[in-house]
Design a protein around this ligand. Structure first.
Ligand code: PMP
Length: 468
């Protein structure tokens, strides 16, 4: 108010109506504060040195001139006479058009012209219409700060991949040289461990509890390295929502604390978040990407749990200089994710719009939430005192510790399998999978409520099997 009064005097607008003076001065005041915050924030932005993170193979990747030409040709007008391309003639392909019926009765049309595009080679970064839809999705879900101010580090960019698994594998190939230290919380996704092991990195386990990674423990671990030491871990990998196998979600406070530590020790964060859209409560948790002022977060997303796992549509989001490395890798591995599935997905998403997509997400979440509740009440009914578990906050898994059993793999193989029930043994999610583990992962995605109610009965008899 004092400032406003001073401003009013300065502007000599005493004669004007007091109300308008206050509105005008208030707006000027707000704008000045916003500008001040932006200037201070941009001064605080860390200048990222991405070359420190790249393997020599990734750093050596170059654009293929032929692929670059293909990208130009795909955008060229029909009048262009091109003798340059190595693309096949689509007229020789046997498919003409497609109408795909959606569950709600609507139809996704792939007409003759679009079918020609769908059957042809496409850009390595992704079919442009899908890429732009997904980029808008990331902006509206995460509003990454790197979009707004961090030109030094390159803005946010996106690359479509064949599921998030391809994205993860390409991210690991880009960053890990043998002997590199990397951080992750255990237990974790078996597909990640399988991708990491052959890369011969040193996996450093970060302690976690029922709320995910414990920031202080992460800090304690990092104190083994002095800042600037080239052996400092290159990245932290984590599944922030509905962890596979634990179902645990990392709290916002912890994410903020972890991001702060990442800035302090200069490591990247790989946010593997295929269960982001399967969060059981709203509002959805802020992501690492939404906090990323520096451009140190690489996020892998998936349409597998929401649209279809067989379509193989995932996408990697991160700072442009790193996404560029991934695109170059795609150029030499798959050339691109299937154009047909990208066109099919893009048509559906454009037809739905963001609102329609989110309505679909709500329906999917309602299904998984009710499946989770069935499993929780069955577990409570049958397993109280025999096993321990935590309510999953997202995803499709219940992670259970079986009391009195030290090796659930043995139990599953010797007893449960014979009774025609299968659980995932816990050791598959450990860094050292040869270690016996008292946990099992029970998925509530595909079994009927009646079947789910039978599963814990099998576990109920399990403690009797405990090796003496
Ligand atoms: N990350 C996690 C944590 C997963 O659970 C999965 C699939 N189960 C993936 C990545 C890979 O999913 P997709 O390739 O189907 O997107």
């Amino acid at each position: 108010t004092l400032l406003q009064r001073r401003f009013s005097m300065l502007l000599r607008v005493k004669k004007l109506d007091d109300y308008y003076v206050h509105v005008v001065v208030g707006v000027i005041y707000k704008i000045s504060i916003q500008c001040f915050i932006l200037v201070v924030d941009s001064l605080l932005v860390v200048q990222m040195n991405y070359s420190r993170f790249l393997t020599s193979v990734s750093a050596a990747r170059e654009t293929s001139p032929i692929r670059a030409l293909t990208a130009i040709m795909l955008k060229s007008p029909p009048s262009l006479i091109s003798l340059a391309g190595g693309v096949p003639n689509v007229n020789t392909f046997p498919f003409k058009k497609a109408s795909i019926t959606v569950n709600d009765g609507s139809v996704v049309e792939i007409g003759e012209d679009l079918m020609r595009t769908a059957l042809q080679y496409s850009s390595s970064q992704g079919y442009p219409a899908l890429l732009s839809w997904l980029t808008d999705l990331q902006k509206s879900c995460h509003n990454p700060p790197t979009l707004n101010y961090s030109p030094e580090n390159g803005k946010m960019d996106v690359c479509v991949t064949a599921g998030s698994q391809e994205g993860l594998s390409k991210v690991f190939d880009m960053l890990i040289s043998p002997g590199d230290n990397i951080l992750l919380d255990e237990p974790t996704y078996a597909g990640t461990l399988a991708a990491l092991r052959p890369l011969r990195c040193n996996i450093v386990k970060v302690p976690a509890d029922n709320h995910g990674i414990i920031p202080q423990s992460l800090k304690d671990i990092l104190s083994r390295w002095t800042p600037g030491d080239p052996k400092t871990p290159k990245f932290l990998y984590t599944i922030p929502n509905g962890g596979n196998p634990t179902g645990i979600s990392l709290s916002t406070e912890r994410k903020e604390a972890i991001y702060k530590i990442a800035r302090e020790y200069d490591f990247l964060i790989i946010e593997d978040d295929p269960y982001y859209f399967l969060q059981f409560t709203k509002p959805w948790a802020p992501t690492f990407l939404s906090m990323d002022v520096d451009g140190r977060v690489i996020r892998t997303d998936s349409m597998s749990k929401i649209l279809s796992s067989g379509l193989r549509i995932g996408f990697v989001t991160g700072p442009q200089p790193l996404i560029e490395r991934i695109v170059l890798h795609v150029q030499t591995s798959t050339l691109h994710t299937s154009t047909f599935t990208q066109v099919m997905t893009s048509q559906l998403l454009h037809q739905w719009g963001l609102e329609g997509f989110l309505q679909h997400v709500d329906r999917v979440v309602d299904f998984y939430r009710s499946q989770r509740d069935v499993m929780l009440s069955s577990a409570e009914k049958w397993l109280t005192g025999l096993a321990e578990w935590q309510c999953p906050a997202a995803g499709m898994f219940l992670w259970m510790k079986i009391n009195g059993i030290s090796d659930t793999e043995k139990m599953i193989m010797e007893k449960a399998f014979k009774k025609e029930v299968l659980f995932a043994p816990g050791n598959g999610f450990l860094i050292d999978k040869s270690k016996p583990c008292p946990y099992v992962r029970a998925s509530f995605s595909s079994s009927s409520p009646e079947q789910i109610d039978q599963l814990p009965c099998e576990l109920k008899s399990a403690p009797k099997l405990a090796p003496k």
